[in-house]
Design a protein around this ligand. Structure first.
Ligand code: HEC
Length: 197
């Protein structure tokens, strides 16, 4: 895994720079790298994904769309002059690039009440995880699953209505199975899947 390799490299290099003693640095590096729990890695990945999408929703979609009416966030954004992609689409485009750069690792935005039926949970762990985060606000779900001949660490994080733009758009959307989302409510979840050796 690239992140693990980077951390292992840093652990090897940094003590060497300060002490000049490569032997003890070499001895401690594998232990520290192996000790990185998958929860920590998934948590860090999620914080980056979530921060980026929230910033886009609040500072681009809500400000320039809903408030100033300068842009039109829309599923078919490419067909419109001032169209811009929805937060969920931004998330998916970035995901496709990330997965291309780091094959084996996957993530997706899902919901028990999806506008796009493709975003409904499919595996038993996805279903369990989404139900769990809906019933336990503020908590994440961690599990393991085997798909084909591969084992994955699978984490599910709540996707919360952080801006009025989230609930307005979902509640008004013709394909949304719900029209009663409220601010701060869990609207779905981000499923992160990390392959295990
Ligand atoms: C302007 C409309 C709009 C805004 C704003 C918006 N969404 Fe969505 N959202 C959609 C549409 C449309 C989809 C389905 C897009 C797709 O998968 O192609 C979607 C997908 C999702 C999904 C995946 C499940 C589903 O419904 O298909 C979740 C979860 C979600 N949005 C949560 C949020 C949250 C949380 C926010 C605010 C941070 C937000 N959305 C902002 C329109 C919007």
């Amino acid at each position: 895994m690239k992140l693990k390799a980077l951390i292992a490299t840093l652990l090897l290099i940094v003590p060497f720079l300060f002490t000049g003693c490569s032997k003890s640095a070499e001895a401690s590096a594998p232990k520290a790298a192996d000790g990185l729990p998958p929860e920590k890695m998934a948590d860090a990945l999620f914080s980056v994904m979530n921060g980026t999408r929230t910033a886009y929703t609040k500072h681009v979609i809500a400000r320039l769309g809903k408030e100033k009416k300068l842009i039109k966030p829309h599923e078919k954004w490419e067909d419109k002059d001032n169209g811009v992609m929805l937060p969920a689409q931004m998330f998916r485009y970035a995901r496709d690039l990330a997965m291309e750069a780091n094959p084996g690792f996957t993530y997706s935005l899902q919901s028990e009440w999806p506008i796009n039926s493709q975003n409904a949970p499919k595996t038993p762990i996805e279903k369990e995880g989404l139900q769990y985060i809906g019933k336990n606000p503020g908590k994440n779900f961690y599990g393991k699953e085997t798909l084909g001949d591969k084992t994955f660490f699978t984490a599910v994080y709540p996707d919360v209505a952080v801006s009025a733009a989230c609930i307005d758009c979902h509640n008004d959307h013709k394909d949304s199975p719900r029209d009663d989302f409220k601010m701060g409510e869990v609207m779905g979840g981000v499923v992160i899947r990390i392959p295990m050796k």
